[in-house]
Design a protein around this ligand. Sequence first.
Ligand SMILES: Cc1cc2nc3c(=O)[nH]c(=O)nc-3n(C[C@H](O)[C@H](O)[C@H](O)COP(=O)(O)OP(=O)(O)OC[C@H]3O[C@@H](n4cnc5c(N)ncnc54)[C@H](O)[C@@H]3O)c2cc1C
Length: 380
Amino acid sequence: MKCDVVVIGCGVVGCAIAYELAVAGLSVIAVDARDPAAGSTGAALGVLVGISSQQPGGETVNLRLKSLAQFDPWIARLEADLGRSLPVNRRGLLQLLKEGEAEAWQATLLARQAAGYSLHLLSPSELGSLQPGLRTDRAGAIYSPQDRQIQPKLLTQALVEAAQSRGARFFFHQPVQRLKRSPDPLFRVHAVYTPNLSLSAGQVILAAGLGSSPLADQLQLQLPLQAVKGQALRVKAPHILLGPVITDEELHLVPLGDGSLWIGATVEFHAPHPQPTLLALQDLLARAVALCPALAEATLMEHWAGQRPRPSGQRAPILGLAPGYSNLYLATGHYRNGVLLAPITAAILRDLVLQGETQLCDLRSFALRPAEGSQQTPLR
Ligand SMILES: Cc1cc2nc3c(=O)[nH]c(=O)nc-3n(C[C@H](O)[C@H](O)[C@H](O)COP(=O)(O)OP(=O)(O)OC[C@H]3O[C@@H](n4cnc5c(N)ncnc54)[C@H](O)[C@@H]3O)c2cc1C
């Protein structure tokens, strides 16, 4: 089977790219070993921490802000394509502060306000009026009304549907097992094999989350990704917390608008196994109830664990042309922000693919940026 672009991986990142390429008029085939959003995306809470990123500036924050800026128009186009609306929480993000923490936000507040964003420091009484029901011993909060939240599985399914309506073809339960390359004089990936498919394309995009590493290995590329476990749960709590997403020391309370709430997620670097554990779930529940006592009466609906793809020794995410290749692009390692970064990732990959091989020299440095203070060794 032939097409312009093969996308490997149908998490939020691969599906966003497939959609964007289909909108650009390219013929796209996307494949996944499982169902769409069965990887990290299916476990994510979809909190888009852009404007309320704590760093005042820098490359990472700029990428987040750019992606967030694209989010509303992107969703509007997706909704127009689908003919239905998607559940987006537009009530913003509220990050609770402990005594003395407000000081550390001053530079960020000034930087965001100077850039025209809305980001406010709330006093404890302003916090109480905006979000009643929270324990009242917090030293205030950072309120970011323009940050967003979306349900990642629904978003990913919507992207599949909209991309299909624009001609993209998706194949699920088709693990990519082999990639065939040839020197040309840079390497070209000229075939992608699953158990039932043999695909050839002008360009190939590796967006397989944690599954990107073993595929990169086959191509003599080092793409080390660490699995960082996250656990979360959903409770039914009909009469509380229908406002913004609330964050307290990385614990998010995410109102879903249907009387239920996501609570999570843990960040576990060296978890012995990927399954949910009682201890972590108990801790999440205890922290949520301490923060919002009325949650003690909530009903537990479901719980889960997932794994975030975190680049080792490189900054997240890894985007761009694979070193030494003329038609292989990397879009992986989004770690804790893949949902937030999906729109900008899709736009960057679309532009790279459309520019094709005409600007190889300029683009080669774009992928695999080293983490600050680390050595970069992308090629074996
Ligand atoms: C608990 C938790 C909470 C999170 N909360 C947030 C949040 O609030 N906001 C946010 O922005 N991000 C959040 N994240 C991070 C976010 O989920 C990830 O950054 C994002 O999902 C990465 O998307 P992806 O498409 O790159 O990877 P994945 O969703 O992992 O998708 C990769 C896909 O590739 C497929 N694949 C792998 N190998 C192969 C192969 N050989 N052949 C074919 N297919 C293959 C997999 O089956 C999978 O479907 C969270 C993550 C977790 C675990």
